[in-house]
Design a protein around this ligand. Structure first.
Ligand SMILES: [Zn+2]
Length: 80
């Protein structure tokens, strides 16, 4: 049996087990804990903070515009 991989690409949401996007890991680090090693996906994170999922995505955009290196330059999902 393989141990749970540590690499960022293989990270899963600790709540629902969904495979995480880089952005979801990055926003978790920004909003919860920079040193975190396990994360929540954005739907679970928004529930955690009791805010709208769109608000979390707004923050993702906000940090990205600030040039935060945790976030990729371009998002794979262009919902906005
Ligand atoms: Zn989740």
């Amino acid at each position: 049996m393989e141990e749970t991989p540590r690499c960022v690409e293989c990270s899963k949401c600790m709540e629902c087990g969904k495979k995480l996007e880089n952005d979801e890991i990055a926003i978790y680090k920004r909003m919860v804990n920079r040193g975190a090693t396990s994360y929540l996906c954005i739907p679970c994170l928004s529930r955690f903070f009791k805010v709208d999922e769109a608000k979390v995505w707004e923050k993702v955009q906000h940090f990205r515009r600030q040039g935060c290196t945790l976030f990729q330059a371009e998002s794979p999902r262009d919902g906005l």
